[in-house]
Design a protein around this ligand. Structure first.
Ligand code: DC
Length: 240
């Protein structure tokens, strides 16, 4: 059996990864896999288990255990927004995992080697079920280094903080200022890019797109064109 077609999309927070990959998944009939949601799901369970964001190395084993034992499911639920929802251990956590606290906790726990290895197999399995587009930090470098097409999205930090603030406002949870958000993004970038295992970095063969001055429509168009071109060049059996 041939490997299903995989599109790898990496980049820091607020670069438009999620919005663009969701749209491209619909447009090109690909399964959308938001791998950051898995780290956020573990972060949620860590808070629930009583951990706080200032956990230390002595907590790594217990946090890794949480990641190993968690049952993750992405399910489409009609009449809910968004429709594609994440369940951890049977609980729908979709609306709880998008807060700034969850972002910081997800970033911190994602540096723990045991957490990364607990989630690696699942991400491969999700991507291999059907032609897919996966978004994250290490998709093109670690999870699918052999993906036939990879993107690395960037944007200025001001633009990224502006986009995140607009998202939070849309969810009615804008309890953080622009400057605070910018500082959180900076801290998260630093943690994600400098961790010892699977740091955020551009794969040498990834197409880099600076989305700062692009609209979402422009980013989607650009990416979709490149994906179609690569798909068309693959042998028929690998096109998805
Ligand atoms: O994409 P996101 O903002 O939802 O991701 C939340 C955090 O999860 C991010 O700061 C780092 C971590 N993450 C990761 O380490 N590897 C991935 N493939 C996806 C996310």
């Amino acid at each position: 059996m041939s490997t299903p077609f995989v599109v790898a999309v990496d980049g820091p927070a607020g670069t438009g990864k999620s919005s663009a990959t969701k749209r491209i998944a619909d447009l090109l009939n690909l399964i959308h896999v938001d791998t950051g949601a898995l780290y956020r799901g573990v972060a949620y369970l860590c808070f629930e288990a009583g951990f706080t964001a200032d956990f230390d190395e002595s907590d790594h084993a217990a946090i890794s255990k949480i990641a190993e034992k968690t049952k993750f499911e992405f399910k489409r639920v009609k009449d809910r927004n968004p429709k594609n929802r994440l369940f951890v251990n049977g609980k729908d956590v979709t609306s709880m995992i998008r807060t700034p606290e969850m972002s910081m906790m997800a970033s911190r726990i994602s540096a723990i080697p045991g957490v990364r290895s607990a989630l690696k197999g699942l991400q491969r399995t999700l991507g291999l079920q059907a032609p897919s587009i996966l978004e994250g930090r290490d998709i093109g470098t670690v999870i699918f280094p052999d993906a036939p097409i990879k993107f690395f999205l960037t944007a200025s930090i001001d633009e990224r903080a502006k986009r995140r603030l607009a998202e939070l406002e849309a969810q009615d949870s804008d309890t953080i200022s622009f400057e605070e958000l910018k500082e959180q993004i900076r801290i998260r970038d630093e943690g994600d890019s400098n961790r010892a295992i699977a740091p955020l970095k551009k794969a040498p063969d990834a197409i880099e797109i600076d989305t700062t001055s692009y609209t979402l429509d422009q980013v989607v168009k650009l990416m979709a064109e490149q994906i179609r071109t690569v798909q068309g060049q693959l042998p028929k059996k690998d096109q998805g």
